[in-house]
Design a protein around this ligand. Structure first.
Ligand code: MRU
Length: 344
């Protein structure tokens, strides 16, 4: 099952807003349809957003007419700028768009036809890399899972957030394949319930012992000694290791520190933003009030109440035990070790 793929000139993606009730696919035939799918979270999760951006560029260039290179470059810039407005926090989206534009810069003599084919090759390679990197992170991260342990996670950092395997949940899939026995507590992840709707759906399909909890139950479970480690994904990691992830992640990190439970972040290189020194510089998406006011078309609060709806929070690097990447496990001091990991 691929969350997102290039299929007969369209971007085919699982409509995650329909899960767990229905497994339905959307075929995006133009950039605007894909942009809207990203904005309403039909496709979501940082690595999947990167792949979506790459395939979005392919959608935008497929019917570009003529062979005027200058106009083509301008057109790719325009598509990229538009796609970049879909969601602000996951840096994968921006890293991938920069990478697509870099292809054009690397081939100053290439014709439009050649550029189209080079961009297609790059976009498909980005998807393949995602699959490979998730498995590499899985292998590194599984070393941190002891048999018999109870793990906690938030949001969805699984196959649905990547092409087909996941980051934090990828670690669990690998640990399971290695024959380790463990249980997972999934936080439901208000307001849009990615944990309840997506993570439990995935983990049950993988036959992993899964228990759903409301977000506000995490502290109690930790105090009861029922959690041995927390694993989460990341949307953007600053040069010092500060990590933006789904709102509620920071709560778990603070709780984990208080209860002396290791807190692990699992993310590929494309989720790092080494151009920013700390998490204070990470743009945090604010979403609309309706997401908090109710669910499934039903109001759960007075319509006129004021609402604040930041979609992500930033976990201070000091609260993170280690960051699992495709290149290995990075431990503190993060600033130095992140640089060392990605320099070579
Ligand atoms: O708003 P979402 O559902 O896109 O948020 C996703 C997350 O916060 C994930 O944990 C993160 O992107 C890592 S996915 C491997």
């Amino acid at each position: 099952m691929a969350t997102i793929s290039w299929h007969k000139g369209c971007v085919k993606l699982i409509d995650q807003t329909q899960l767990p009730q229905k497994l339905e696919y959307i075929h995006c035939r133009d950039v605007k349809t894909l942009w809207q799918a990203i904005r309403r979270l039909s496709v979501r999760g940082a690595p999947a957003l990167g792949v979506a951006a790459a395939l979005g560029v392919l959608l935008g260039i497929k019917s570009f007419p003529g062979n005027d290179r200058k106009r083509f470059v301008w057109h790719v810039d325009k598509i990229s700028t538009y796609l970049a407005t879909s969601r602000p926090t996951a840096v994968n989206l921006f890293n991938v768009l920069a990478r697509m534009k870099q292809v054009i810069r690397c081939y100053p003599e290439a014709s439009v036809t050649q550029l189209k084919s080079l961009l297609r090759k790059e976009a498909l390679a980005i998807g393949k890399e995602d699959r490979r990197r998730c498995r590499q992170m899985g292998s590194w991260g599984a070393r941190l899972v002891r048999s018999g342990s109870r793990l906690m996670t938030v949001c969805n950092a699984g196959a649905l957030a990547t092409v087909d395997y996941g980051t934090a949940l990828g670690v669990m899939y690998t640990a399971k394949r290695q024959g380790k026995k463990f249980a997972v507590y999934a936080c439901e992840t208000r307001p849009l319930l990615q944990g309840a709707r997506l993570t439990t759906w995935e983990l049950l399909k993988a036959k992993i012992d899964t228990t759903l909890i409301c977000d506000n139950m995490a502290a109690t479970l930790m105090r009861q000694g029922k959690i041995d480690a927390v694993f989460t994904g990341a949307d953007r990691i600053a040069a010092n290791g500060d990590t933006a992830n789904k709102i509620g992640t920071y709560n778990l990190a603070v709780l984990a520190r208080h209860h002396q439970i290791p807190f692990y972040v699992v993310a590929p290189e494309s989720s790092f933003d080494l151009s920013i020194a700390t998490g204070q510089e990470i743009p945090i998406e604010e979403r609309n009030r309706e997401e908090v006011l109710g669910f499934g078309g039903r109001l759960t609060a007075p319509q006129q109440v004021k609402v604040y709806n930041p979609a992500f929070d930033v976990t201070d690097h000091a609260l993170i035990t280690a960051i699992v990447t495709e290149k290995g496990i990075i431990r503190p001091p993060f600033k130095r070790n992140i640089q060392k990991t990605f320099r070579d």
